[in-house]
Ligand binder design. Structure first.
Ligand SMILES: Cc1cc2nc3c(=O)[nH]c(=O)nc-3n(C[C@H](O)[C@H](O)[C@H](O)COP(=O)(O)O)c2cc1C
Length: 205
């Protein structure tokens, strides 16, 4: 019984085929808590590799940043900072080291180890975990606001610090490009469809 349920859920993770599973989804619905709206956000998010020049409204950006502020952090230490790159001047500086897929807004997320909680048992510093949570809040809220987005990690942090010295007292954790998708190249890639089945991801003990 448990296995059947897991494999049904696993089928649902094949986003492309979702329409074919409407019936199954109906059956599973009775097991779900929470809102379908949240699952819709998770399902509609994808990594956008090309943006057009259409701007991000100030009110949407404000909502996204507020979602970043609401993120939890270990012991509530809040070691994270967000730099908003949207002026022509700041984007031009950033583009010297990363084109950011042409997004009109890029949020740089950084953190300071010195401001984060350190787990006493093994000395692990929570700063990067806290930064990942903030970035995830930003990413999902951007999706909810109808904006395409892209989590960028493939960059050299010291180059970012060089062109944007305001960031230099923090570790640069990652960047989120936000905007509207370019007509063709802004669509999801084939990687978006590829997820391990739930049976492989989840180990029941
Ligand atoms: C931590 C992290 C870092 C990533 N960095 C990059 C990146 O620098 N460049 C890139 O093209 N994609 C990057 N991605 C996007 C992933 O490749 C993408 O999430 C994955 O292939 C699944 O596709 P999807 O996001 O469309 O579902 C990153 C994603 C995450 C979560």
């Amino acid at each position: 019984m448990k296995k059947t349920f897991l494999s049904r859920l696993s089928d649902l993770t094949k986003v492309k085929d979702r329409a074919n599973f409407a019936d199954m989804e109906q059956k599973i619905k009775k097991h779900k808590y929470g809102s379908d709206a949240f699952m819709n956000i998770l399902e509609s998010r994808y990594s956008c590799h090309a943006f057009n020049h259409y701007p991000v409204s100030a009110s949407k950006l404000e909502m996204i940043l507020e979602a970043g502020r609401m993120a939890p952090s270990a012991k509530n230490m809040q070691p994270v900072r967000i730099w908003v790159v949207k002026s022509e001047e700041a984007l031009a500086k950033l583009h010297q080291v990363h084109p950011c897929y042409g997004a009109p807004v890029v949020l740089i997320v950084g953190c300071r180890n010195e401001e984060a909680w350190v787990r006493p048992y093994d000395g692990i510093n929570a700063a990067k975990t806290d930064a990942a949570i903030v970035l995830t809040h930003l990413m999902l809220t951007a999706t909810d606001a109808g904006l395409a987005n892209m989590w960028i990690w493939d960059f050299n942090p010291s180059q970012i610090r060089e062109v944007l010295p305001e960031t230099r007292d923090h570790g640069i954790y990652g960047m989120l490009a936000i905007g509207h998708p370019a007509a063709d190249e802004g669509k999801p890639t084939e990687l978006h469809e590829q997820r391990k089945p739930l049976e492989e991801l989840v180990i029941e003990l």
